[in-house]
Design a binder for this molecule. Sequence first.
Ligand code: KDG
Length: 326
Amino acid sequence: RSRAVTVGEGLAVLVAQPGPLEESEIFERTAGGAEANVATVLRQLGVDTAWLSRVGDDGFGRYLLAHLAERGVDVSAVVTDPGRPTAVYVKERGSGSGKATDLADRASRMLYYRTGSAASALSPADLAAPAAARLLAECELIHFTGITTALSESATALTEALLALPRDGRLLSFDLNFRPALWAGRVGLAADVLARHVRGCDVVFLGADEAGAVFGTDDADELRALFPEPAHLIVKNDAHTVTGFAGAQRVEVPALGLEITERIGAGDAFAGGYLAALLHGRPLVQRLRFGHLCAAAALTGTGDGAVLPAPAILERLASVDENAWA
Ligand code: KDG
């Protein structure tokens, strides 16, 4: 029985060598896709997790299934569609040094090759298929992101159907993950659709910059005032301080000061850390620290996924004295 189910597109990631893409001769293949990334983090933290998706009947699809299965994620309900390809994205890497002064040059760019992909055909029918319906009925937490919502009209219908599922004590978790490129042609809809998803979920993660772009404010307290509905609202600001609101609590926890290798995937690792700690019954401050610790693992590698230290080590780091975190 899986305690958590994540729903969304997986992508084969081709990580270029640092510098202009036209000069990259070698690409490292890794796996990405926000909900797939969260699934592997949850699993490493001891949460039995399943991933619901669609992949193409091709080498990248088989690679994604193997990658997740090797990490212990249940992929038994993933549908293979022979008529559509698995999504791919190329990660073009800046050539900066990773030092704070040089960080802007270090940012990566994502080039998507995913129009018409297998997962863009996700639809409400995928939730009703027997294997998926059983996983969803039995789990304690469902996680998805605004990427899935943006993939296509049928995928929007799927995430709307997630909002409408009987909750039965189950938590619905949503990361805004605003990707303007995916809303092309429907950008006017994004704010309304995404706001409805924020209001309809129990746990919500907002990158402050993304929230600013969609909802017009990047201020944590203003966002809380705008969205009082989610029991958990987590706002991650540009200075990498995270403000967590849960019930009447409001806690700020700064990120660890690290030299960053590459940022993409850090938000997913954060979400996975927070959600695992939530399922393990940890208090808010520790949930936020787990999030930061998992994000740190993603920030120090070039892939989107995070390779975490053993859960017992994370547990100790998350529980250390307040001053060590200040
Ligand atoms: O959060 C990281 C994701 O953005 C990345 O893995 C790819 O899912 C992805 C997307 O659609 O951008």
